[in-house]
Ligand binder design. Structure first.
Ligand code: NYM
Length: 212
């Protein structure tokens, strides 16, 4: 237990279906918090820069085939390899904006039919987010947004299953934002919930672990 007077940063996670707008909203949120003078960094999962991340990337682009359990554990390992760095950053006062986290891991793998409790197990002990924002869009609307890319999972039928998995995974603490609103409206709502979260962490909310 680090008993310093340094306020810690917040762990803010953005989740949602492919093409829900997470990536552009996380960069807008980054600029906003930075502009207010907060120490902030953004990152994403999968982090394709590590060797585990490269295995994930080649799987997603269909260059390699892996058993569903194997790829699930690789996604989890990719979060575990960042865990201590993330904790150090939070404790040093840096807020982290994270594009996808354990919820993507569970939602996408359980959409393939893997048992949800089995999917949650390897995430136990990772840092729990202080805020989960779900950018809510129907799979049909997401698909209309210029279509999906060529990566694995970017198919309407599969995204429908992912949407159901997210639905069974979410709880009352999630902030759900309508991802079909104008970009600036989403940005505004995100700013409010994120700033509120950052303040709570500064005031001493403690770090907790998955699954709280
Ligand atoms: N994905 C992402 C998973 O299946 N499990 C995970 O744990 C994570 C973090 O990877 N379709 C899926 C969701 C996406 C894909 O993500 C790549 P992105 O945000 O397009 O790089």
């Amino acid at each position: 237990n680090h008993n310093t007077n340094n306020p810690r940063g917040a762990l803010i996670v953005l989740e949602g279906l492919d093409r829900c707008g997470k990536t552009s909203q996380s960069s807008r949120l980054f600029s906003y918090l930075e502009g207010l003078g907060h120490s902030v960094e953004s990152c994403r999962f999968p982090d394709r820069t590590t060797s585990v991340g490269q295995m994930i990337s080649s799987y997603l682009s269909n260059e390699s085939q892996l058993d569903d359990h194997t790829i699930h554990l690789l996604f989890s390992a990719n979060r575990w390899e960042k865990r201590s760095l993330m904790e150090a950053k939070l404790r040093s006062g840096t807020t982290l904006i994270v594009d996808r986290y354990s919820y993507s891991g569970v939602a996408f793998s359980s959409a393939k039919g893997l048992d949800i409790e089995w999917c949650k197990a390897p995430e136990i002990g990772l840092l729990a987010p202080d805020l989960v924002v779900y950018l809510d869009i129907t799979p049909e609307k997401a698909a209309e947004r210029g279509g999906y890319g060529a990566e694995r999972y970017e198919k309407l039928e599969f995204q429908k299953k992912v949407a159901q998995s997210y639905y069974s995974l979410h709880d009352a603490s999630w902030k759900i934002i309508d991802a079909t609103l104008p970009i600036e409206d989403i940005e505004k709502q995100l700013q409010e919930v994120a700033l509120d979260c950052v303040k709570k962490c500064q005031k001493g909310k403690s770090i907790s672990l998955l699954w709280p």
